[in-house]
Design a protein around this ligand. Structure first.
Ligand SMILES: [Zn+2]
Length: 481
């Protein structure tokens, strides 16, 4: 049985299908965390928000209801027929520093209770750990993962092989490469919650991109990511699965999730949402409610808004507008902008993943300059045949061989109707950001330098002048009045 299939792609994001013993999961998606002892919202109810699978903690089950679980299975305990992923107690290891169970025991236990996706007892090395610690933790993690792979030989359960390595980029990449050799069905990126809690999205993006570099195709799970603000960026960086208790944890503190960030209920006069909770209540009503009732309703909103964002992202992947969506979403916080801009350093990875043909290119700001479509265009035009004397103009009304456009730079006349440059919506040259003119001017000068034998007569409007002062010797600059 083929367990994993990619259906659609955009940027580094994908829509994929993962087959589990309890059915299919279509990614990207979120696995809501269910506490087996005190289910705040029951697993079956999660379907109404859009959940296709849930995650629970096998260590808690092992400690508090072992016999019952061995008899009923984890699906019986949670009373659901959905795929269930089980964590191993690594989280408890991170919080309490110790757990009273061996890796082999917890892996076998997860298998016996019929978990669809089993996680070995990996060591979650926190961010900023010193190199030696991160390395020795990783060695133990990899040993345990190899042991789990061995124990699950012939089993139908899926195996998650977590990737650790703290905030050391080379260790993360190494861990991902080793995980790939072990051969999992899903690769979770572990111990990143402290980065998300501290808004260290630059470090987070770096970790994801390093892991993606060594696992370019495989399904990646971002452990503990549950804020809808982050989903679009994380998907575009290559993450497929999320899990989180955020919906409940935030609700407990009267915090209301939106795709632009977190709001305190006490600050809200209006609900910027039309989910069933927000349609039927206003913030003041919620504030006057009993704590339990209020917590439950905020948690429901948090789940609705999270799954709604997942649908928005999937639609964006379908219509190849994920870059446009992410460039808008990352403006929710400067640190997200800094996170997303890490893609500049992973150009080849992005180039390989991103589809070459799309319907249109919508400029949203200077981050649009980093899209592969722009770089591909600049590369492609170097192979276009040119006459001895090349006429370049920024005025589309006059005859020219090449037209100069913000962002893309030189656009040969015959490419004016084709994707990307011909299908691009960009603000006019007198209002667009200077960076868009600068990038375009540099692309033109690059083209001129690659054809030193040709002469370029360049006619530009005034706004371009300062960017074209250092035209190569085979060019002549004229200002259009
Ligand atoms: Zn709502």
């Amino acid at each position: 049985m083929q367990r994993f299939e990619i259906l659609d792609k955009d940027a580094m994001g994908r829509i994929c299908r993962i087959e589990t013993p309890h059915g299919r999961i279509e990614t990207p998606t979120i696995l809501p965390v269910i506490n087996p002892n005190i289910p705040f919202i029951r697993a079956e109810e999660m379907k109404k928000f859009g959940a296709q699978a849930v995650i629970t903690n096998s260590y808690i089950i092992y400690r508090s209801m072992r016999e019952e679980a061995l008899e009923k299975g984890v699906h019986g305990i949670l009373e659901t027929d959905m795929p269930v992923m089980t964590d191993s107690g690594s989280y408890q290891l991170m919080v309490y520093g110790d757990v009273e169970i061996k890796n082999s025991e917890i892996v076998e236990f997860q298998r016996h209770i019929g978990s669809d996706i089993i996680v070995p007892l990996d060591i979650p090395t926190p961010p900023d750990a010193d190199y030696a610690t991160a390395e020795s933790d990783l060695r133990i993690t990899l040993e345990r993962e190899r042991e789990a792979k061995e124990l699950l030989k012939g089993a139908e359960n899926l195996l998650a092989v977590p990737v650790q390595g703290s905030t050391h980029p080379d260790l993360r990449r190494f861990a991902a490469g080793e995980a790939r050799k072990i051969g999992g069905d899903i690769y979770p990126i572990g111990a990143v919650v402290p980065l998300m809690d501290a808004y260290r999205f630059r470090d987070l993006a770096r970790v994801i991109l390093e892991v993606r570099s060594a696992l370019p195709v495989e399904p990646i799970h971002l452990f503990g990511c549950g804020h809808p603000m982050l989903f679009a960026m994380a998907v575009a960086l290559g993450c497929d699965l999320f899990d989180s208790a955020a919906y409940a944890l935030y609700a407990k503190d009267d915090r209301y999730l939106t795709v632009y960030g977190t709001k305190k209920l006490s600050e809200l006069n209006y609900f910027p949402c039309k989910c069933p909770v927000c349609s039927n209540h206003d913030p003041e009503e919620l504030r006057r409610m009993e704590k339990n009732e209020r917590e439950r309703l905020i948690a429901e909103h948090n789940l609705y808004v999270s799954f709604q964002e997942i649908e928005t992202i999937k639609q964006a992947i379908k219509e190849n507008s994920l870059f446009e969506l992410v460039e808008k979403r990352v403006r929710a916080h400067p640190n997200m902008l800094a996170g997303w801009r890490q893609v500049k350093h992973y150009w080849e990875l992005l180039e390989k993943a991103d589809p070459k043909m799309k319907r249109k290119f919508l400029y949203t700001g200077i981050d649009s300059l980093y899209r592969p479509a722009v770089r591909r265009h600049v590369k492609a035009i170097k192979n276009v045949e040119l006459p001895e004397e090349v006429l370049v103009s920024t005025d589309f009304g006059i005859y020219a061989n090449i037209y100069l456009r913000p962002v893309f730079g030189p656009v040969p006349a015959e490419m004016l109707e084709t994707y990307p440059a011909g299908h691009a919506e960009i603000p006019e040259e007198d209002v667009v950001e200077e960076e868009a003119l600068k990038a375009a001017s540099e692309a033109l000068m690059e083209l001129m330098n690659s054809h030193p034998e040709k002469r370029f007569k360049v006619y530009v409007s005034k706004v371009w002048m300062k960017h074209l002062q250092n035209l190569p010797p085979n060019g002549e600059l004229n200002v259009l009045s």
